[in-house]
Design a protein. Sequence first.
Length: 74
Amino acid sequence: MSTTTTYAVDGMTCNHCVLAVTEEMQLIPGAESVTVHLVTGGASQVTVTSETLLDRSLVAAAIEEAGYQLAAVA
């Protein structure tokens, strides 16, 4: 059974940002699909469907690798 989790991500402003985050999130073991709702000037919503709940530290590391940060509240 899959699980879906949405994370708030700060600093995303364009489609390149969306692609960078999507690519990094798809590299996390167990991630099945990633969708991003871009919110320019606010926290974008990154929704991940995965085999099991992903380790938040892995998610944070993937987001940071793409050049962004998890928002304080998801």
